[in-house]
Write a protein that binds this ligand. Sequence first.
Ligand SMILES: [Fe+2]
Length: 277
Amino acid sequence: MRNLTEANLTDAVVAKLATCPNPRLKQILTSIVRHAHAAVREVELTEAEWIEGIKFLTATGQKCDDKRQEFILLSDVLGVSMLMDAINHRKPTGATESTVLGPFYIEGAPDLPHGSDIAGKTPGEPTIVSGRVVTTDGKPIVGAVLDVWQTASNGLYSSQDPNQDLYNLRGRFRSDADGRYTFRTIKPVSYPVPTDGPVGDILRAMGRHPYRPAHIHFIVSAPGYEGVATHLFAEGDPYLESDAVFGVKDSLVVKFKPVAAGGSLEVQYDFGLKKVA
Ligand SMILES: [Fe+2]
């Protein structure tokens, strides 16, 4: 293995994977090597461009800490997250569609009783969210967990905002004996993904805006069923057609309807879960 050339270097690297004991890792690395080499060959990457790329990835890693995940954000804005999501969650009729988890989920949100308000004193349009968790044929699922999180009216998640308590606008609810859930919150707002790091730089370099349409995040799970990480998007949002992370699906767009009395809004949505095969 000497005197490798443009023509045979890729095969030489792939051949080295012969000793990889994990077949799935071998398959993934073979594909990554082939595609990375193909990209370098296709654009005839210069040394200066390669260094730029290395600096970008280095900065992306350096921007990460226990609350900031710049690599997930990069995956999201390049559409990799939604592609992976589409491949991994081919849903039957009646199962709620999934969308990106995003970089702002934090574990450990408090378990809250039916009807609790996750907004506390956060200003915004009061909203009641309710519905059921059901099987793909519409039967109630009792005791499903709904892990919920969203932005405040300043467009920030609690994990981004030192002025919010860590678990502000976050909570875990359980479906009742009829599969029902209810909680109170405020209407979420459209917001820019963080643009103060390398992902912001690359969005600007591509001439793209960083906005996501307003949404509430959910992870809905129940024993014996496939959990779903998804959002409910607000109908009428100006960014539904140009979500920075490509996450919008028609079935996840909901009306925030004014309630006749009381001046608040209401959202109704039933989540469908598919049985584990
Ligand atoms: Fe979000």
